[in-house]
Design a protein around this ligand. Sequence first.
Ligand SMILES: Cc1ncc(COP(=O)(O)O)c(C=O)c1O
Length: 386
Amino acid sequence: MKIADNFSRLGTENAFIILAKAKKLENEGREIINLGIGQPDFLTPKHIVEACKKALDEGHHGYTPANGTLELREGVVRHIKKMYQADISPERVFIAPGGKPSIFFAIMMFGQPNVEIIYPEPGFPIYESVINYTGAKAIPMFLSEKKNFSFDADEVLSLINKKTKLLIINNPQNPTGGLIERSEIDKLVNGLKNFPDLTIFSDEIYSRQIYDGKKMPSFFHYPELYDRLIVMDGWSKTYAMTGWRLGWSVWPENLIDNVTRMAINSYSCVSAASQVAALAALDGPHDFLNEMMDKFTKRRSLIVDGLNSIPGIQCNNPGGAFYAFPNVSKTGLSGDSFADKCLFDAGVAVVPGTSFGRTCKDFVRFSFANSYENIEKALEKIKKIL
Ligand SMILES: Cc1ncc(COP(=O)(O)O)c(C=O)c1O
């Protein structure tokens, strides 16, 4: 069977492959601590689950508009106003099954041969995968350990040329936990005035996981970009709803029909009852977010201090998300061998840096979306095998 050539260029997300390997070992009777997958280890808050049950009982069983129900899009508008004091019309809001479809659709919309798309490295692997799939040239924007995985605005601007059609930014960042500060984004936005044909895609899926009392440096703070800005966020990480498949994005007016057409051509719409639950999440109580962040903050100290206490490991303090991205090169192991050793010898699933870019061979991603006790145990096990 001969399938289309561009499939050979489509990558994947290794975290899912590691999850499958870990599950296999568990099924064989091994005890595995999973610090691989990036999803909160909490249950979705009860009032959200109840809203979904009620919606099903009340008959929300059919298709909805492909871009999402008006009620939910208006809920997203209120959320954006509350968070960033930004005024967005509900016509520009797009509801999708997760954050990922918005990434896929944006890259499909701009990517083609002879076009360049800039993406972060280390970065969420889906960006590079889909850029390559479209035949566009993937241009990495390197985030360095020395800058705590932030970027230098001038360096980013120097990558832009006439062929560059899309600039992808992810803040806070997967896999590094890096947080790009508002001042650096101000500089970037100022420089973007010189490139009026460039569209910006801001992946803000970790917008509510920011440490040390800092505020989310969202692209919604720059109305001057609104006619060429796509912002993606969602419910997965904020409300512990990864398995519900719910995300939202805001698009320039002239792109919203195109992205809606992508939905109609693929999945039609998001499950109706899930959309009711999504609205309950936005409009309901948010105290559990503080509880979740208290836990993440304690785990962050535990994992960063724990990793730094192991000879040969150097770990920066992440400013956001729930990932630590230590450099393990001084242990004498590559990130790949380190991750294999962790899984097979210590029973701890982690993701090697090479899953996030070719240049990340010295690194390993630890997700601290697991209990304090499990992280403590995992650190002990890793110390022992090293
Ligand atoms: C940076 C980034 N963007 C997007 C996503 C996808 O989110 P969702 O599960 O809502 O599709 C993830 C998930 O890990 C992520 O880390």
